[in-house]
Design a protein around this ligand. Structure first.
Ligand SMILES: [Zn+2]
Ligand SMILES: [Zn+2]
Length: 159
């Protein structure tokens, strides 16, 4: 998997990260033709290489899911062969971690959480669940979700 990623041209001074590796404040990267900048957060928990290593493959399309990306937790239909690389969230009923790309998720309302460091599922209420759980009965308050891929807009839930 690592051959697909290319970290190049880093700049700035080096910082010691929580994972024990040195990293620059910003690291440019290319993963599957997508360019991005990995920026260390304030706590500097993980270097970009550890971040990249925590990436997984979508159970449905096989595309890469990077830590920080929204995910789905679908249950495969009967008879569907589960690929080896699929990440199992729950055994019974079987729930697999999938991406939110157009071909993979039914709608944005399918977002069940985020793939987060060091490589685990952070469950958040999906927009649908927010509608159900968030509005007190008798209230006419509406919940507006602007950006479904912004973790700060979400409500973390324990699972
Ligand atoms: Zn590291
Ligand atoms: Zn997918």
């Amino acid at each position: 998997m690592n051959s697909q990623s290319l970290f190049y041209k880093t700049f700035g001074r080096n910082y010691m990260c929580g994972c024990g590796h040195m990293a620059k404040q910003k690291t440019l990267f290319i993963i599957n033709k997508c360019r991005g900048v990995y920026t260390l957060d304030k706590s500097r928990d993980y270097c970009p290489q550890c971040w990249r290593k925590a990436a997984i493959k979508c159970a449905w399309c096989g595309e890469i899911i990077l830590p920080g990306e929204p995910i789905t937790l679908y249950t495969p239909r009967e008879g569907v062969t589960v690929p080896e690389y699929a990440v199992v969230y729950k055994e019974a009923p079987l729930q697999l971690v999938g991406c939110l790309r157009w071909d993979c998720a039914d709608t944005g309302a399918s977002r069940a959480g985020f793939w987060v460091m060091p490589g685990k599922v952070q469950r958040v209420a999906s927009p649908l669940e927010m509608l159900i759980a968030g509005v007190p009965s008798g209230s006419s308050e509406a919940i507006v979700v602007n950006d479904i891929s912004d973790p700060s807009e979400t409500i973390p839930i324990d699972d």
